[in-house]
Structure formats: C-alpha cells, structure tokens
Design a binder for this molecule. Structure first.
Ligand SMILES: Cc1cc2nc3c(=O)[nH]c(=O)nc-3n(C[C@H](O)[C@H](O)[C@H](O)COP(=O)(O)OP(=O)(O)OC[C@H]3O[C@@H](n4cnc5c(N)ncnc54)[C@H](O)[C@@H]3O)c2cc1C
Length: 288
C-alpha cells in the first residue's frame, strides 16, 4: 500500500520506526523486537538505513519481513551521500523485488571528518528523489526539520531546499523529532506559505533515558522546552520513572497533535516494543 493512502485517510494514524541490526550477530534479537512492534498492528512501520553508523544491508530484509508476515505497509529508508549511482540503483532494484512500495529518500549525514566531494553523484536528497522518481514505482517521502536542518544557514533557506525536494517528486514528508508542538505548528504554517502542500507526518521521540537527551540535542539541535527539562531533572536519575514520565510527555504531544488536526504521527520507537505498546495503549480509543 502507498503511504500517501494511509496518511491521507483522514483518520488518526500511529506508526513506528525501527532500525536494522548492525551485524548478523544481533539480527535475531532485533528481528524479534521488530516482530513484537509489528504485532501491535501500527498504521505503518519505517526501517532506517545505515543511521547512527549502522549497516544498510539489512534494511530491505527487515522491511520485507514485516510486510510478508503482517498486513502492514512499510517505509524503507535510503540514503545517498557518498553512494555511487550503481549502488543506489541496486538498492532500489532489491527493494522493488522485495515488493516494497514506499521509500524515504534521504541524503544521510556527511561522515565525520569528510567534506562533500566534487565527484559525489548525489549531493542532496533532491538528487536521490529525482533518481527514485525516474526509477518508478515507489511512493517517495523525504525528511523535514521543524527547527531547520543543522547545516542550513537559516530556516527560510532550509524551507526553500525542502520545496526543491517536493518539486522533485517527494509525495510526503516526515519530520525530525520536536518537543514543543508549537514549533511544529509554526513550521506547517511556514511551509504552506512557501507552497509546500504535501502531507507531513509528525515525528515524536519518547525520551525514556536521560542519557538520550545529550545525543539528541548534539545531533539534531532540537530545542528542549523548560517543561521537558524539569521532567528530566526530576526523574532522569531513575530509569523506571524517566521511562514513565518520557512516555507520558510523548503521549501528551501526540494527543495535542491529533486534537489540532495533525492526523499522522510517527514514533521513533527505537526497537523498543514496550515503549511502542504503552504509547499505543494510551491512545487506543483515539485510534479506534
Ligand atoms: C524522518 C527522518 C528520517 C531519517 N532517517 C535516516 C536514516 O534512515 N539513515 C540516516 O543515515 N539518516 C537518517 N536521517 C538523518 C538525515 O540523513 C540527516 O538529517 C541528513 O543530514 C540530511 O538528510 P536530508 O535527506 O534531510 O538532506 P537534504 O534534504 O539534502 O538536506 C541536507 C542539507 O542540505 C541543504 N540543502 C538541500 N538542498 C540544497 C541545495 N540545492 N543547495 C544548498 N543546500 C541544500 C538543506 O537545507 C540541509 O541543510 C533521518 C532524518 C529524518 C528527519
């Protein structure tokens, strides 16, 4: 199923993100966590590609496995930075043969210590979007950043680049995590004004460990509202209380998004079935 059909259904949707194993040694344990999340029957599941230094070879296998065993649409991520055209075409062929219909076309982070090279075939995600569109047969998504991408000189320039991605053939967007919904509403207003009319899936990260925060803010520059900081200050030292408070905070964000007409919410569930299960159960009546 094409993800645009899920996102545009006019009903609240809840989806989960998982990441593939970094090596064959962890394949089974990750596959079983993914399986537990799939058993919750979310609106769709996304599978990352080489994120956080992970390998990319299992993305299609994990995504195809979900699709085969469950009647759940999947979104396979694909990055292109420093990739050859042959490599990208081979991945697309593998995805096509596995019956995958939805691709999140991303640039990927520029590896540490490396600067963009003249001979890179894909410099930005928009070149990959062109490639996937020309390849044909996929519903194409792209990433967006309610607070601006860390490399962008301004939010306005970032939105101009986002418009290029949409014009290249991106049919929906998934947002970077945010902890203040007003930032997201403000972003929706700005992109609409810039002529971007594709649906935007809101990305929500339940923070269940205080240690996650440092990494999140360093990588994404996401702002932490004082209300959220107080939660971490008060509960961060105890893993159980932090988990409960972090899930409660994410749930409140999700309910507020639905209440304000944002129907598609994607949870960065980080291969954690218990977090996914609790969030889904917290909003089960809304999802009915
Ligand atoms: C929902 C989501 C899922 C993700 N999944 C993964 C994953 O699975 N694997 C992974 O490795 N990473 C993933 N990432 C991280 C992502 O790869 C990084 O944020 C990366 O740095 C940017 O990717 P992009 O596709 O947004 O790039 P782009 O859209 O190319 O943007 C990158 C930067 O270049 C600028 N730019 C774009 N076009 C131009 C232009 N023509 N001229 C000048 N500047 C331009 C933009 O403003 C931005 O600052 C994900 C991010 C999000 C939000």
């Amino acid at each position: 199923m094409k993800l645009t059909d899920v996102i545009n259904s006019g009903r609240p949707s809840l989806s989960f993100e998982v990441f593939p194993p970094k090596s064959s040694a962890t394949y089974e344990s990750i596959e079983s966590a993914v399986e537990e999340i799939a058993c919750l029957n979310p609106s769709f599941m996304s599978v990352t590609y080489g994120a956080g230094g992970g390998t990319s070879e299992y993305t299609t296998d994990i995504a195809a496995g979900i699709q085969k065993r469950h009647d759940i649409p999947v979104l396979a991520h694909l990055t292109c930075v420093s990739s050859t055209r042959e490599g990208v075409l081979a991945q697309l062929k593998k995805m096509q043969e596995a019956g995958i219909k939805n691709v999140l076309a991303l640039r990927g982070d520029i590896p540490e210590g490396m600067s963009p090279q003249e001979d890179w075939h894909y410099r930005y995600a928009s070149s990959l979007i062109n490639e996937v569109r020309d390849f044909g047969g996929f519903c194409i998504g792209g990433a967006c950043y309610p607070e601006g991408h860390t490399e962008a000189e301004s939010q306005q320039r970032d939105i101009e680049h986002l418009k290029m991605k949409v014009d290249a053939g991106c049919q929906f967007l998934t947002s970077q995590m945010f902890f203040d919904n007003n930032i997201f509403y403000n972003f929706l207003y700005k992109i609409k004004k810039a002529g971007i009319n594709v649906p935007v899936v809101a990305g929500i990260m339940p923070v269940t460990k205080a240690a996650q925060i440092k990494r999140i803010t360093a990588l994404s520059g996401t702002a932490l509202p004082p209300r959220f900081k107080y939660i971490v200050d008060r509960f961060g030292d105890n893993p159980e209380t932090m988990k409960q408070a972090g899930i409660a905070y994410a749930t409140e964000q999700i309910v507020d998004l639905y209440a304000n007409g944002v129907d598609a919410v994607h949870v960065y569930s980080m291969n954690n079935p218990s977090v996914a299960r609790i969030i889904q159960s917290n909003i089960s009546e809304i999802l009915k």
